[in-house]
Design a protein around this ligand. Structure first.
Ligand SMILES: [Zn+2]
Length: 457
């Protein structure tokens, strides 16, 4: 057991700023932040030197796919990738597992499947699908942090997309529970129209895929969700915002005081469509990565707090389903896996843009923690918070190689990309779980329930 009583560094990221400090912990909780030289008398002190000591990353958008599609990913492999990437809390999406988490019974099956396999803390989203509005209360009581729905086909048959009529049944219940609804915001009509025009186009060309998912499909969906949020006074969170066209709609809704929030993903902030080669389906995700002008506007929206935070949408699949052999963007599974790389990916790009560690911690730690109501326990280094901590070297450069990835299938659009920022160690409730490539002890992440501070095993 490597239970630490104090961690010190020249660069500790606290809510007040970055400073030299010593973090004291007891029973997995931070008890005090004191001066750099103020060490406890005990020997269990981790000296991080010049490395950055930051709250563990909170990633509220992860597809683990277990049980049912465990050959795609799984609790063991996904949470290893998380620990190696400095992610200490993640929330699993309700789809791609079989059964989907759309009933209270399915939630319990998922908890059983996750038992003793999680290297980091794991919580769950429930699903809103046509006809399950009678299950929402039981799922909420079962401890889900909120609900996810799709406005377009999700890619798997057991998680159907909803229409406005379905949402009108679900939203009054969610508003009453004060539970957020996470929405994949694209409307199918405009996508069908564009796709029909592309019948003769080459499906291996990235441009063809991009044209089939126009920005307006997202913007119209966001407009609809704003309208429904206003009508039902329901909390709505738009997932993986991809288009600059949606940004002013969110900005106006926030200004109006509606309970709307949004996230984007590292790939929309890192890549641009112009440099995605044809046939390289490891870049496929929906909505798609757009052009460099769009990317610039997403960064601006983050800086202005219109976009609240950044999470991965880690969504792996086996090699065959990714259609790397044919390079057909329309047949390939959509999803980019970056749980282990989100910290260096974000740091590489944000440090080029005059953003700082303060922004990084807001976008990847405290921001997502707020969505799940854990803003008083997770996502900050302060007294009373859980001692979930990542220690990393922001100057260290490396090239992404598949062999360094712990996810089940080592497919990544970041392969061969040079990145900055290397995770050195990860602590979960004061215990070191990851140390420079090694996993320590055994999986001891908690399975989190909404409203329950400490979770359980
Ligand atoms: Zn997703």
């Amino acid at each position: 057991m490597t239970t630490i009583r104090a961690i010190r560094s020249k660069r500790v990221v606290t809510p007040e700023g970055v400073r030299a400090a010593t973090i004291h912990t007891r029973n997995g909780v931070i008890t005090a932040i004191t001066g750099y030289g103020d060490l406890p008398s005990e020997k269990y002190v981790y000296d991080a030197g010049e490395s950055v000591v930051m709250p563990g990353i909170v990633d509220t958008h992860v597809h683990i796919n277990e049980p049912g599609r465990t050959e795609w990913e799984g609790f063991e492999t996904a949470t290893r990738a998380a620990a190696a990437g400095g992610v200490t809390t993640l929330i699993d999406m309700p789809l791609n597992s079989i059964p989907a988490t759309t009933t209270a019974a399915a939630l319990e099956l998922k908890r059983t499947a996750a038992h003793n396999k999680c290297w980091v803390n794991v919580g769950f989203w429930g699903g809103v699908v046509p006809g399950n509005s009678g299950e929402l209360r039981a799922l909420h009581r079962g401890g889900v942090f909120g609900f996810k729905c799709f406005l377009v086909p999700s890619g798997v048959p057991e998680f159907m997309n909803v229409t406005e009529a379905d949402l009108r049944a679900a939203l009054p219940k969610l508003a009453e529970l004060d539970s957020p609804l996470l929405v994949h915001a694209e409307l199918p009509g405009r996508i069908a129209e564009e796709t029909a025009k592309l019948e003769q186009a080459n499906p291996r060309k990235y441009k063809t895929w991009l044209q089939s998912r126009p920005p307006v499909a997202e913007a119209k969906a966001v407009e609809m969700m704003v309208r429904l949020s206003r009508e039902f006074r329901a909390r709505v969170h738009i997932v993986h915002l991809s288009s600059e066209l949606s940004v002013p709609i969110i900005r106006r809704a926030k200004k109006e005081g509606l309970p709307i929030s949004t996230e984007t993903c590292p790939h929309y902030l890192f890549f641009a469509s112009g440099s995605i080669p044809d046939g390289q389906t490891q870049f496929k995700c929906a909505p798609p990565v757009r052009d460099s002008q769009n990317r610039k506007r997403l960064w601006t929206a983050l800086g202005r707090k219109t976009i609240d935070f950044v999470v991965t949408d880690h969504s792996p699949s086996p090699r065959k389903l990714k259609c790397l052999d044919t390079g057909d963007f329309f047949k390939a599974w959509g999803g980019i896996s970056s749980l282990q790389l989100s910290l260096p990916v974000m740091w590489t790009k944000l440090s080029e843009r005059n953003y700082s560690l303060k922004h990084l911690a807001r976008w990847m730690c405290s921001g997502p923690a707020r969505l799940i109501g854990l803003e008083n326990r997770k996502g900050a280094i302060a007294a009373g918070y859980d001692a979930d901590i990542v220690i990393w070297n922001p100057e260290k450069r490396f090239i992404v190689r598949p062999t360094m990835l712990h996810q089940r299938h080592k497919i990544s659009p970041y392969q061969n990309k040079p990145l900055r920022g290397e995770v050195e160690a990860t602590f979960l409730r004061g215990e070191m779980i990851y140390d420079r490539g090694r996993f320590l002890n055994k999986p001891q992440g908690a399975l989190l329930r909404r409203g329950e501070a400490d979770g359980f095993h």
